[in-house]
Ligand binder design. Structure first.
Ligand code: GRF
Length: 222
């Protein structure tokens, strides 16, 4: 029984050739600054991965042009007039065509279906601008300010069926200043997001990464 496998059934199919440079996909709906942070980490050699494709469900997403400028293939797959399952099936087909082994949601404003999560078991990541489980959902930075917390941050986690609840890979803390507005706090969290996401992807792609219930770790590292 392989409840804590690295990439589920796919891991067993991997050959040395396709493990050398894992192929990742980045799903966006908007600005795409986290997407760019991932692409920059790849270009800089800090992340051993190939960006196989950037997919947006929104045609006007500014991140699409930014990805093209980096020479990465982009696709628009609109969700309009489709059920979630129909849309996700289309996305899954495009990912499989490109032999993608890890999917990074980066400001992707869609819930993914159970079918998507089955197709990419433990291989869908998301970044969220709070220290989960605090402040899930929309406007996390505003929620943090309203609550009056003194420390917030960002979380990269594995996506499961529940919104912003999956096993956590990495978190970075950001202090809240007395003078903070939603904008100033969001900007400081975003800086940390751009560090956290490439680092989390590196961890997930590293040899020995395991998901054990709610906990994740790299085996042989304490
Ligand atoms: C980020 O704050 C991310 O944490 C959240 O959506 C925002 C996306 O920003 N999920 P960007 O498109 O990556 O610039």
């Amino acid at each position: 029984m392989q409840s804590s496998t690295r990439f589920g059934y796919r891991a067993r199919e991997m050959t040395i050739a396709n493990m050398v440079t894992p192929r990742i996909a980045i799903l966006i709906s908007g600005r795409g600054s986290n997407m760019l942070a991932l692409l920059e980490a790849i270009v800089a050699g800090r992340l051993n991965a190939k960006a196989a494709v950037v997919i947006s469900n929104v045609e006007s997403a500014p991140g699409l042009e930014a990805a093209s400028k980096q020479g990465v293939e982009t696709l628009v797959l609109s969700h309009k007039e489709k059920t979630r399952e129909e849309h996700d099936r289309q996305v899954i087909a495009e990912l499989n065509t490109r032999d993608v082994s890890l999917v990074c949601l980066a400001g992707y404003m869609r819930l993914v279906s159970a079918e998507f999560l089955r197709a990419f078991h433990h291989r869908v990541l998301n970044i969220h601008p709070s220290l989960l489980p605090a402040f899930p959902g929309l406007n996390a930075q505003e929620q943090a300010l309203r609550h009056g917390v003194k420390i917030t941050g960002c979380t990269v986690h594995i996506v499961d069926e529940e919104l912003d609840r999956g096993p956590i890979v990495l978190q970075r803390a950001v202090p809240v200043n007395d003078s903070d507005t939603v904008e100033s706090l969001s900007a400081r969290i975003l800086e940390q997001e751009h560090i956290a996401y490439p680092e989390a992807v590196r961890i997930v792609l590293s040899e020995g990464f395991v998901v054990d219930g709610r906990r994740t770790r790299v085996a042989n590292q304490s």
